[in-house]
Design a protein around this ligand. Structure first.
Ligand code: ADQ
Length: 489
């Protein structure tokens, strides 16, 4: 069988194929037992809907249930191709290698990474399955857009199967400095996997530079600016791979329209009233992840309470912590620590009917999130490391009244675009406390000026622009080294 032809010719093929660990749908079961799929809301789906309009693109990913995968289906105009994962693969490839090896290494080793050869083996096996699934649905010369750290081997595996397709990969999380990346026993294999792409997109130029440097230092390849030259082998020609920054964003027009609806505005007022109409509402919204700096935020808040710098019921703090990766030990431990701290703070500083912290361990619909953002005077975004952080962009987008203040960690990708925010280093608890107080007490007129600038930045750089820029960079990425590069490599 020729390697460049789809293996299942009965299947129709697509000019644009997205591959991500998860399909953008969840199975819902009604009260009467009827099952259907619901598109999961989110920026990626919105961005992809925009680029797929009129192109009938396909999306390859896991449907979220172990065992046999459902047959391909169409939902909301998207052609979805489920990839099966066994329970053991979810444990080893997803919870293990992706979230307990790569995630800590790519986030400054905030917790130690686990290294297990069986996890790496499962990661390879699953990446091969994804590559095969993409090869099967990609039309001749198709554009393939692969997402994130779970699928770093897919570019090269796919290139070997389908040299005719154009391959791009986008990293939603940071790419670590080579000193940390080099800890990975499989560092060479990962870089080689990524170098199968024509174009690699990162959140920040520092991430792209880290990748290029790793190629030079770990693989000894020739690099120049934002490009890496991959030498030819056997029948394969030498290629040039480009790596640069294309920061992700949100569907700002869609979210702003939602935030402006009377229902959301009424709900925002109702939230404030239910909190006892405090003068200042502080808000944190995060997946319950150790990268998000929730413990540091709580420590700063507790010290401000202890010092009497802020006092409930005038000031209150709402922390929304979405359940996340609860089968990974570091996440279970974080949850215990956060919940113990919240209990201690409320026990010490709360009164009957007056909580010092409102802690919500749930997922909410978009409308409720928009109302929460509008109800918050100060948004606390304090990650120790974060690829981008969409919450920061969502918050300013929901503040169409130009009210509110954003405290933003300098270790987020978002900070590189949102310099006007109240910047903080979450490791510096004293500094974080002062920044929170400044965000509370700065003159309303100055805060409005800051908010206006932040809002302009996000509305002019939305998720549709991100997708357009990524696809343009992929379409124009160099294929072969120039004569000059060949002479120097
Ligand atoms: P995440 O680490 O998940 O994403 P983030 O960018 O903040 O982080 O996105 C979280 C999303 O979940 C936001 O849209 C937020 O509104 C939503 N959310 C959070 N809590 C919620 C809740 N309780 N209910 C409902 N929705 C909730 C990864 C990277 C980031 C990068 C994104 C996109 O880690 O750095 O910004 O991908 O590339």
């Amino acid at each position: 069988m020729p390697t460049d032809a789809p293996t299942d010719t009965s299947q129709r093929t697509h000019d644009l194929v997205i591959a991500a660990n998860r399909l953008p749908v969840d199975r819902v079961v009604d009260a009467d037992g009827t099952q259907s799929w619901r598109t999961s809301p989110g920026g990626l789906v919105t961005a992809m809907e925009a680029v797929m309009k009129g192109r009938e693109g396909a999306w390859v990913g896991w449907a979220g249930e172990t065992g046999e995968a459902p047959a391909p289906f169409v939902e909301n105009g998207l052609h979805l191709h489920p990839v099966p994962l066994s329970q053991q693969e979810v444990t080893d490839y997803y919870e293990g290698f992706s979230n307990d090896t790569l995630w800590p290494i790519y986030h400054d080793v905030i917790v130690p990474a686990g290294f297990h050869r069986s996890w790496w083996q499962a990661y390879r096996t699953v990446n091969e399955r994804f590559a095969r699934a993409v090869a099967d649905v990609a039309a001749q010369g198709a554009t393939v857009w692969i997402h994130d750290y779970q699928l770093q081997l897919v570019p090269e595996l796919l290139r070997a199967m389908r040299p005719d397709v154009r391959i791009g990969w986008f990293n939603h999380i940071p790419f670590p400095p080579v000193e940390l990346f080099a800890q990975l026993p499989w560092r060479g294999g990962i870089l080689e996997g990524l170098l199968g792409a024509d174009y690699l997109g990162f959140q920040r130029s520092a991430d792209a530079q880290n990748f290029v440097r790793a190629c030079r230092q770990v693989l000894g390849l020739t690099t120049k600016g934002d490009t890496v030259t991959v030498p030819g082998t056997g029948s394969r020609r030498a290629r040039v791979v480009r790596a640069s920054a294309v920061p992700i964003s949100i569907d700002s027009a869609g979210l702003e329209a939602l935030a402006m609806t009377p229902a959301v505005q009424e709900r925002a007022a109702a939230i404030r009233a239910s909190l006892g109409s405090p003068k200042v509402v502080l808000l944190g919204v995060d997946r319950l992840d150790y990268t998000k700096g929730i413990r540091h935020r709580l420590k700063a808040y507790e010290e401000l309470l202890a010092e009497g710098a802020i006092k409930p019921p005038d000031v209150t703090f709402v922390q929304v912590a979405t359940p996340s990766r609860e089968r990974v030990a570091a996440y279970r431990q974080l949850r215990t620590e956060v919940e113990t701290t919240v209990g201690r703070i409320n026990g010490q500083y709360g009164e009957l009917g007056v909580a010092a912290i409102h802690y919500l361990h749930h997922s909410y619909p978009r409308e409720e999130m928009a109302a929460l953002f509008q109800a918050a005077d100060v948004m606390l975004v304090t990650p120790l490391r974060d690829g981008m952080n969409l919450v920061a962009k969502e918050y300013v987008t929901c503040r169409h009244d130009e009210g509110g203040a954003l405290v933003l960690s300098e270790f987020t990708g978002a900070w590189h675009e949102m310099h006007q925010a109240f910047v903080c280093n979450p490791h510096d608890i004293e500094g974080l406390k002062q920044t929170i107080l400044r965000a509370i007490h700065t003159d309303a007129k100055d805060k409005r000026r800051i908010m206006r600038a932040l809002r302009r930045r996000v509305s002019e750089h939305d998720v549709q622009l991100w997708a357009k820029r990524f696809l343009e960079a992929l379409a124009t990425a160099p294929e072969r080294p120039s004569a000059k590069d060949r002479a120097t490599s």
